[in-house]
Ligand binder design. Structure first.
Ligand SMILES: Nc1nc2c(ncn2[C@@H]2O[C@H](COP(=O)(O)OP(=O)(O)OP(=O)(O)O)[C@@H](O)[C@H]2O)c(=O)[nH]1
Ligand SMILES: C[S@@+](CC[C@H](N)C(=O)[O-])C[C@H]1O[C@@H](n2cnc3c(N)ncnc32)[C@H](O)[C@@H]1O
Ligand code: SF4
Ligand code: SF4
Length: 351
C-alpha cells in the first residue's frame, strides 16, 4: 500500500468525498450542498458534471496515494443513472459509501450492492411525515422509509440515518435514538447544524447538551479516528429518559450488536479538534478539488487533465490544506472566530 500524503498540519489524506451532481429532488431548508450553494434547478444531467470516466480516472490516480475510501454524495447522487457503473469501476482497494436522501433506493439497492457499494447513509430528520415534509419540502417520507428497508434487505447494513440537529428537529432526537436502539442494522449520525454556508445561525442548537444527554444514557462511549467523533452505544432497555433538547434553543468497524444502537455526533462547528483530525479531500460535481467543505477559495480544476496532471493537482491541494477552525479561522480575544489574515488573498476576501 502506498503511503498517504500528509498536509503541513500532519493530517494524512486517506479518503475522498465526491459530489456526483448538484441536482436534487428535495429542497431541504438547511442544505449546504457540500459547500456549493443551491440545489434547486433543472433535474436533467448537466454537461458540467464529471463523467464516469473522469471520476474513475481520478480514483485510480489517488489510489496510488494510499487513498482507501470514497464517499459519493451530492446533491442527490442517485440521480446519476451511471452510479452503478461508477461504483463498479471504483478501485477494489477502496471502501465505497454513499450519502443519499434514500428515495431512489427501492429497486436499486441490490444493484448498488452488487456493483460494490459497501454501505449507505440515508438522511432522515424525523420519524414523523409532517415534520419530515416541513424540513425537506418534500412529501416523500414513506419513500425514504422504504429506501432504508431496501438498503437493509440488500445487505447494506449498517445503514446510518443522518439527522441534522437544529431548531426544527431537536424535538425528534430522543425518538430517533430510541428508533436505532430498537432496530438492528441502523445507526444514527446526529449532525450539528452548520450555519457557515447557509446562514440562519438562529436555528442552532447547543450540541453540547446532546452530548451530555447521550453520555448519561450510554453504556459505552468511543472516539472515532476520523474527526475524533464521539460514538455512544445505547441499549434498548427502555431507559431512554424524557428530555427537551430544544428548551433553550439558541468506524463502520463497529457494527451494532442486537439491542444496542450506535449514535455518532458530527459536530464540526468551531471545533478545532474535529478539523485537526480531518483527512478527506473533496471533489465537486464539476471536477474541482477542494481541501475543505467550508472553503471555496482553494478550488483547483482537474479539467481535461492527464493522469500525471491530476496527480500534481492532488498533491498541490493536499499541500494547501489547512484546518478550518484553529488555522484558517482563529479565535479572537472576544471568543469569536475571525479570518486568519495570512489566508486572506484579495480573491478570497471578496467571497
Ligand atoms: N465541516 C465538516 N462537516 C462534515 C465533514 N464530514 C461530514 N460533515 C458533515 O456531516 C454530514 C454528513 O456526512 P456524510 O456524508 O453522511 O458522511 P460522513 O459522516 O462524513 O462519513 P461516514 O460517517 O464515514 O459515513 C456532511 O454533509 C456534513 O454536513 C467534514 O469533514 N467537515
Ligand atoms: C448535502 S447532502 C447530499 C446527499 C443527499 N442528498 C442527502 O441528503 O443525504 C449530505 C448531508 O449533508 C447534510 N447537511 C446538509 N446541509 C447541512 C447543514 N447546513 N448542516 C449540517 N448538515 C447538513 C444533510 O443532512 C445530509 O445528511
Ligand atoms: S436531499 Fe440532500 S442535497 Fe437534497 S436538499 Fe436535502 S440535504 Fe440537500
Ligand atoms: S477542515 Fe474543513 S472539511 Fe475538515 S473538518 Fe474542518 S471544516 Fe470540515
Amino acid at each position: 500500500m502506498d503511503e498517504p500524503l500528509s498536509d503541513d498540519f500532519g493530517r494524512e489524506v486517506t479518503g475522498v468525498r465526491i459530489s456526483l451532481t448538484d441536482r436534487c429532488n428535495f429542497d431541504c431548508v438547511y442544505c449546504h450542498n457540500e459547500g456549493l450553494g443551491d440545489t434547486r434547478g433543472p433535474m436533467e444531467p448537466s454537461e458540467n458534471e464529471m463523467s464516469a470516466d473522469e471520476i474513475v480516472r481520478f480514483l485510480e490516480v489517488v489510489e496510488g496515494y494510499g487513498v482507501d475510501s470514497v464517499k459519493f454524495t451530492g446533491g442527490e447522487p442517485m440521480l446519476r443513472e451511471d452510479l452503478e457503473e461508477i461504483i463498479r469501476r471504483t478501485p477494489d482497494s477502496m471502501e465505497v459509501s454513499m450519502t443519499t436522501n434514500g428515495t431512489f433506493l427501492p429497486g436499486r439497492a441490490e444493484d448498488l450492492n452488487a456493483a460494490g457499494l459497501d454501505r449507505v447513509n440515508v438522511s432522515q430528520d424525523a420519524l414523523d411525515p409532517e415534520a419530515f415534509a416541513a424540513i425537506t419540502e418534500s412529501g416523500a417520507y414513506e419513500r425514504v422509509i422504504e429506501g432504508v428497508e431496501a438498503a437493509l434487505d440488500a445487505g447494506l447494513a449498517p445503514v446510518k440515518l443522518n439527522m441534522v440537529v437544529f431548531e426544527h428537529t431537536a424535538g425528534y432526537v430522543e425518538g430517533m435514538v430510541d428508533h436505532v436502539a430498537k432496530n438492528d442494522g441502523l445507526q444514527l449520525q446526529l449532525i450539528e447544524y452548520m450555519p457557515e454556508l447557509t446562514g440562519k445561525p438562529e436555528w442552532n442548537i447547543d450540541i453540547g447538551r446532546v452530548h451530555d444527554w447521550l453520555a448519561d444514557i450510554a453504556d459505552r462511549v468511543e472516539h472515532r479516528e476520523m474527526h475524533d467523533r464521539k460514538r455512544y452505544f445505547i441499549s434498548d432497555d427502555g431507559t431512554v429518559p424524557e428530555v427537551d433538547l430544544a428548551d433553550d434553543a439558541v468506524d463502520s468497524d463497529h457494527p451494532d450488536a442486537d439491542g444496542v444502537g450506535m449514535v455518532e455526533i458530527v459536530d464540526p462547528v468551531e471545533n478545532e479538534t474535529f478539523c485537526a483530525n480531518c483527512g478527506r479531500v473533496r471533489v465537486t460535481h464539476e471536477g474541482y478539488l477542494k481541501g475543505c467543505l467550508n472553503r471555496n477559495d482553494d478550488l483547483r480544476s482537474m479539467g481535461e487533465m492527464t493522469r500525471e496532471e491530476i496527480a500534481e493537482t492532488f498533491e498541490a491541494v493536499v499541500a494547501n490544506r489547512v484546518p478550518y477552525y484553529g488555522e484558517y479561522l482563529i479565535e479572537g480575544e472576544d471568543g469569536e472566530y475571525e479570518f486568519n489574515e495570512k489566508y486572506l488573498s484579495p480573491a478570497s476576501a471578496a467571497d
